[in-house]
Design a protein around this ligand. Structure first.
Ligand code: SF4
Length: 111
């Protein structure tokens, strides 16, 4: 099995042999990533939320289990943001993941 490590911009091509041996990583983070991908893959979730006539960019503060991404996006889509500001937490412990949803950019008017 091959996969690209996404823990830094270098993007090492990792190989996982049938016996579980991991190679191709240039640092220990790649090993941890490959092991995590086989057991419980995690991802940061980014999305956009409507606030009146504005669009607000948001993301999770930490990675969430990949299997919960759809649930997290569903919960994000139901959020109602008042007074959006960069850095503001708009939802704590989304879907019981320990991740918060935080505003990451200036709200903007869609084209
Ligand atoms: S293995 Fe290390 S150096 Fe290679 S992409 Fe992953 S984090 Fe970066």
């Amino acid at each position: 099995m091959n996969l690209v490590c996404i823990k830094c911009p270098r993007g090492c091509l990792l190989n996982i042999d049938k016996d579980g041996t991991i190679s191709g990583n240039l640092c220990p983070r790649g090993l941890d990533y490959a092991k995590e991908e086989q057991t419980c893959p995690m991802r940061i979730v980014t999305s956009l939320v409507r606030s009146g006539n504005l669009i607000v960019p948001v993301k999770t503060t930490v990675e969430v289990p990949k299997i919960k991404i759809d649930q997290v996006l569903e919960e994000i889509s139901c959020l109602n943001i008042e007074n959006p500001a960069i850095g503001k937490i708009i939802k704590k412990n989304v879907c019981g993941t320990s991740a918060d949803i935080i505003i990451t950019g200036e709200p903007y008017i869609p084209n």
